[in-house]
Ligand binder design. Structure first.
Ligand code: FMN
Length: 175
């Protein structure tokens, strides 16, 4: 049995939902999973875990600065363990942009960090106009208009491929 930390960065909760599914899959494989927000990373004893998974969503083109802070503060410890990273974004709803090698946010992220995660995944996120502030709804609808996505302000849709999430959970269990 391995002790696995899943550290998440989420604004509207969808990355947390993905972490919940990963936890289910991994615990079915007899490991123990602890999920913690990146906001609390300074209180975590990384040495207590055998594997570390970091998962973060994209907001206006970026992963949270806290994710970068966590990585740079823990680079050596991270490298000494089995580890993985996944990104959640709406661009990944497009089949040609849903792999680590083809997703622009993942590619940019890997260029920005010294860490080389041993496993990578990209998941399409959730679009939830009714939940957004007026400004965010306006901006995201504009982005969707340009990228040929849904613009109806009543749209709430999960683009996430849950089979892909489960497959990643199995890879994490086995790594
Ligand atoms: C204000 C806002 C900005 C976003 N910006 C982007 C973006 O630049 N690129 C993208 O692919 N997805 C973008 N998204 C989509 C989110 O990555 C997606 O909704 C994801 O599921 C959010 O996960 P979270 O709820 O864990 O934060 C944005 C969403 C919101 C609400």
């Amino acid at each position: 049995m391995a002790r696995i930390l899943i550290l998440f960065s989420s604004t509207d909760g969808h990355t947390i939902k993905i972490c919940g599914r990963l936890k289910q899959v991994i615990e079915r494989n007899a490991h123990q999973v602890t999920t913690v927000s990146v906001k609390d990373f300074r209180h975590i004893d990384l040495a207590a875990f055998d594997k570390v998974v970091v998962g973060a969503s994209i907001r206006y083109g970026k992963h949270s600065k806290l994710v970068f802070d966590f990585i740079s503060s823990n680079l050596e410890l991270l490298d000494s363990k089995s580890n993985a990273f996944f990104s959640v974004n709406i661009v990944a709803r497009k089949p040609e942009k849903n792999q680590p090698e083809t997703n622009p946010y993942m590619r940019k992220f890997l260029r920005q960090i010294a860490w080389r995660p041993k496993e990578l995944a990209v998941f399409a996120g959730k679009l939830d106009y009714p939940k957004y502030s007026f400004f965010d709804r306006l901006m995201i609808r504009f982005i969707m208009l340009i990228t040929k996505g849904p613009t109806d302000p009543a749209t709430a849709v999960e683009f996430t491929d849950w089979q892909q999430v489960e497959a990643f959970g199995l890879r994490v269990s086995e790594m």
